[in-house]
Design a protein around this ligand. Structure first.
Ligand SMILES: [Zn+2]
Length: 67
């Protein structure tokens, strides 16, 4: 007996906003964004910007050599 091919399982949905969530990305049944809003996950920590800011940098201020 050949087993029939099973159709793809329906996408897992976040139980809060019913948004489809990629497999393995559920947090207690919630999508990542909802889990974050509910406090299940720590908020994103903003990464320091790597681009050069305007004006002198701290390294420039530390450079005390006279020219
Ligand atoms: Zn959600």
């Amino acid at each position: 007996m050949i087993e029939p091919l099973l159709p793809d399982p329906p996408p897992v949905r976040c139980r809060r906003c019913r948004h489809p969530v990629a497999k393995g990305r559920l947090y207690d049944g919630y999508g990542e964004s909802c889990a974050r809003q509910l406090g299940l996950l720590p908020p994103h920590i903003p990464m320091p910007r790597s681009e050069q800011p305007d004006g002198p940098t701290l390294l420039d201020l530390l450079d005390t050599t006279e020219e």
